[in-house]
Design a protein. Structure first.
Length: 541
């Protein structure tokens, strides 16, 4: 196949215009074009440029080799890479009488794809998920948002689909992906009911409501292939002998024997991190970030980013990505920007407040929101690999207190925050966080270096987005779970450095950041597990 890049068309072009552009670009006749598929579509909305879609297209043509030779000097016409997924192994190749089914702990994006690929290879995984099925979990999550009632085992963090279910459903990442595992992730989502457009739009997203059905159908496929999903199964311990994982201990249930265990925990499984540390599994503290959620009118962001093109339905709600290096040495950046979305309560522990952002597929809510967070390192929270958990908990407990100890979040208007004055009433921007926002002074909610850096960054961001420092914009605290505060370190074989058969994976282990990268890591780990089964089988015969 041939790939053409940088095909530019007016944003309101007719459906046949793309094919016409391909034929013109390659000087082909219609009968010479066999098939064309859009690989990527982005848009150019610069203020002084005609609004346009920019296409990258993969196509099959007659006399392909001859055509490639003709355009050999054209950097925008090249052979298409092979992006198809190829399974590395199958359970039928394992010749051993002592075969134990692999266990996957956690059923978020990483666990789903680890289990799915293992099931597709015939390994019949057992998945242990501490939370509930996604629809039951949704009801429990609403219990916090609508009634101030937290279920510590079924919430935004725990349950089928993981934290990604209550997010924007963003499916882009900056990870290196030379084997195109990301295409496998996207293809499986589409197969399970996600919109076809996520295959080619520049920044694909699914949205929370659609993710629910997608996750359910992926679970059904795993089960149909011989896998098993066990909900409300909280792992509380690990059986390790002679540096080899032998099984896992489950609260209120019999132990499960297993010599291949995937740790797809998610970044909030704090008690499981503690159990792993107690069992002697090697881990280390790592950098993460803390800060606030900021809300502006989405219309303000649209005007600032899209200018005269603001409001165009073919483009949708605008997003942004911002970075500022403060004078005190701290980096401040926007995180998990949610166009036309809401700020959500995301705690998983009683008497603590955590914020996150979420959008539906339509992205048509009144406000835009994003985390404005400050990078911190283990030097800021010395004390070993678990010290970051204590650091997070202290900030979340303080936020609970500042919010009135009712799961309302502490908030402050940007104008008041910048001058160090407590807010007493909302202006033109009404916060979206449920159960509610309690206005206060956020100066005590984060370390002083973080407050100082954010106060410097917001006016700096104003230079990139006019209106970003508007006085009525709302800050809601605190955002603490941007990523895992630790890494369960693994080797080149994807296994723990000191426990054979234990496979740290995804966000919780420190190897992913978002739905797509977590799914990709799940695939990589599933392949590593399968290859180890084959290696053990070869040795036993």
């Amino acid at each position: 196949m041939i790939r053409i890049t940088e095909l530019r068309l007016p944003i309101d072009h007719a459906s046949e215009a793309l094919e016409e552009a391909i034929l013109k670009r390659l000087n082909l006749k219609p009968q010479d074009l066999i098939q064309a598929e859009v690989f990527k579509r982005s848009y150019d909305a610069r203020k002084n440029v005609a609004l346009a879609f920019i296409y990258t297209v993969d196509l099959s043509v007659k006399n392909e080799e001859e055509l490639l030779k003709k355009f050999a000097g054209d950097t925008h016409i090249r052979p298409s890479p092979d992006m198809s997924y190829h399974f590395l192994a199958h359970a039928s190749q394992v010749k051993t009488e002592s075969f134990e089914r692999p266990v996957v702990i956690g059923f978020g994006p990483c666990g789903i794809f680890a289990a799915l690929v293992l099931a597709q290879m015939g390994f019949r995984p057992i998945v242990l998920e501490r939370g509930k099925q996604v629809r039951e979990r949704t009801q429990d999550t609403w219990g916090l948002w609508r009634k101030n009632v937290l279920n510590p085992e079924s919430n935004v963090q725990f349950g089928e689909g993981g934290a990604g279910t209550f997010s924007d459903g963003k499916l882009w990442s900056q990870i290196k992906d030379p084997k195109f595992y990301g295409r496998k992730v996207i293809a499986e989502f589409i197969k399970a009911g996600a919109p076809e457009e996520i295959r080619y739009v520049a920044k694909p997203h699914i949205g929370t409501f659609r993710l629910v059905g997608v996750v359910e159908r992926m679970r059904q496929e795993i089960i149909a292939l011989g896998g098993e999903i066990r909900f409300s199964q909280k792992v509380i311990g690990f059986d390790i002998k002679n540096d080899q994982i032998m099984g896992v201990k489950i609260e209120g249930q019999p132990d499960i024997a297993a010599n291949h265990v995937v740790l797809a925990l998610g970044h909030s499984a704090r008690d499981t991190f503690e159990a792993l540390h107690a069992a002697g599994v090697y881990m280390e503290a790592k950098p993460f970030s803390v800060g606030f959620r900021i809300e502006h009118p989405q219309s303000l962001i649209d005007r600032a980013r899209l200018g005269p093109h603001a409001g165009n339905e073919l483009i949708g709600a605008a997003d942004y990505k911002l970075v500022h290096h403060a004078k005190n040495g701290r980096a401040v950046y926007s995180f998990c920007m949610c166009p036309g979305g809401t700020v959500v309560a995301a705690t998983s522990e009683p008497n603590r407040v955590v914020t996150n952002g979420m959008s539906q597929y339509s992205r048509n809510e009144r406000n835009a929101n994003a985390g404005i967070v400050v990078g911190i390192t283990p030097e800021d929270y010395p004390g070993g690999p678990l010290a970051g958990l204590d650091f997070q908990r202290a900030l979340e407990s303080k936020a609970y207190e500042l919010g009135g100890s009712t799961y309302e979040a502490p908030g402050q208007l940007v104008g008041d925050f910048l001058v160090g004055k407590a807010s007493t009433e909302f202006g033109s921007v009404m916060p979206s966080y449920k159960p509610g926002v309690h206005l206060t002074d956020l100066a005590d909610s984060l370390p002083s270096y973080a407050i100082e850096a954010i106060r410097e960054a917001i006016p700096a961001f104003e230079k990139q987005i006019k209106g970003f420092s508007m006085k009525d914009a709302v800050l809601t605290g605190v955002e603490t779970r941007t990523s895992s505060p630790l890494r369960i370190t693994r080797g080149a074989n994807f296994q723990s450095l000191n426990v054979k058969g234990l496979y740290p994976a995804g966000e919780g282990a420190g190897y992913a950041g978002g739905i797509l990268s977590a799914g990709v890591d799940g695939i990589k780990v599933a392949e590593a597990v399968a290859l180890d089964y084959l290696s053990q089988s070869a040795k036993s015969n």
